[in-house]
Design a protein around this ligand. Structure first.
Ligand code: SAM
Ligand code: SF4
Length: 353
């Protein structure tokens, strides 16, 4: 659903109102609440070669039509407009971005756009072993790999995929010399809870930061139940039984909202992404999203979208694209709706996780 400006309901309420929307603060990359928004996450496809319990609804068939996906040329036009507006950091995601064969070409073209400072990729790692080196050579700087379990059976139960391929992908990414390779794990009580410690040891052994992510209601899958939901605080207590955790309040690895801790004995660096339980999760938000079918989405947990693809296909020039991006920026709500019985209207694969 593409929501018009009049129907957005973004008037500041709650915490936002307390902070106060800054009037006239919309110059370039600032949202109405004074947050600098300079990070665009781009879903390059809603297709995927895995079927994660928490992401793809069972029997999902709601794929975007292939002709509705942005072409590489259209993606580049939008990145250029965004960079012109002040966006500096970009991440390619999906769906699984590497099921699309032209990602190295997209990365290479993005590196030539003035203003683009950093390009990252989020991947499930299944195709990373073969792609890591070409991506690095194309100018990709950072890679986040999803890894919800090390045990092959548990990994397969969660994702439908083969953990050996993911581990080969991680090794290839490290060998390719990316500036940073991070691991992402979605927390699910009773599903991968017992994998947390092995994942910490794996992360420490390879010197890779591990981020533990709370389940978010971004898809209507059966796993999104209260029983399966594991808060970051609960995961912290699990890890505290094994190691002393020292908060790293000044540690910023990349552009995301993780809060990092150093585990003193193992040396692991573990970040917690608590979209549901961290009441200040949105305070420092710096991003918007571009959906696989060309809509700019100012917030993952809100249905507001601004349609860039239609404008592009009507022949809009860069000025119009920048204006539409600015419209999305103005519509950015203070916080997500995940704690307010949020009903996702389309899955994260299309929106870009
Ligand atoms: N396919 C790639 C991958 O799996 O990394 C990129 C897309 S995926 C949608 C991006 C991130 O979103 C992954 O780290 C994934 O674990 C996370 N994710 C997907 N569904 C989620 C959910 N319901 N709650 C929390 N994180 C989720
Ligand atoms: Fe695919 Fe990533 Fe979603 Fe898993 S989390 S189903 S790998 S898009």
């Amino acid at each position: 659903m593409v929501v018009g400006m009049a129907a957005t309901g973004i008037a500041p309420t709650g915490v936002g109102a307390a902070r106060g929307a800054k009037t006239g603060a919309n110059s370039n990359k600032m949202d109405p609440f004074g947050r600098i928004i300079d990070y665009l996450r781009i879903s390059v496809t809603d297709r995927c070669n895995e079927r994660c319990l928490y992401c793809m609804p069972e029997g999902y068939k709601g794929w975007e039509r292939q002709p509705d996906h942005l072409t590489a040329a259209e993606l580049i036009r939008i990145v250029r407009a965004a960079a012109g507006l002040g966006f500096r950091k970009f991440r390619l995601t999906g769906g699984e971005p590497l099921v699309r064969g032209d990602v190295p070409d997209i990365v290479r073209a993005m590196t030539e756009i003035p203003g683009v400072e950093s390009i990252g990729l989020s991947t499930n790692g299944m195709k990373l072993a073969a792609q890591a080196q070409p991506l690095r050579e194309a100018g990709l700087r950072t890679v986040n790999v999803s890894l919800d379990a090390l045990d092959p059976e548990i990994y397969r139960r969660i994702t439908g995929g083969d953990v050996a391929r993911v581990l080969a992908g991680i090794r290839a990414a490290v060998a390719a010399g990316f500036e940073r390779v991070k691991l992402n794990c979605v927390l699910m009580r009773g599903v991968n809870e017992r994998e947390l410690w092995p994942l910490v040891l794996f992360a420490a052994a390879h010197g890779l930061p591990l981020r533990l992510i709370e389940l978010m209601p971004v898809t209507t899958t059966e796993v999104l139940t209260e029983r399966n939901f594991m808060a970051c605080g609960e995961a912290m207590r699990v890890l505290e039984q094994r190691d002393e955790m020292a908060p790293q309040p000044d540690r910023k690895l990349g552009h995301g909202p993780a809060r990092y801790f150093l585990l003193k004995q193992t040396g692991a660096l573990v970040g917690f992404i608590g979209a549901l339980t961290n009441q200040h999760f949105c305070d420092q938000c710096n991003k918007m999203r571009l959906t696989a079918d060309g809509k700019v989405r100012p917030c993952l947990g809100n249905h507001i979208e601004v349609d860039l693809r239609s404008a592009l296909r009507r022949g809009a020039d860069d000025t119009v694209l920048r204006e539409l991006l600015e419209t999305a920026l103005r519509l950015k709500p203070w916080e997500h709706q995940f704690r307010n019985q949020y009903q996702p209207c389309r899955p994260m694969t299309a929106i870009g996780g």
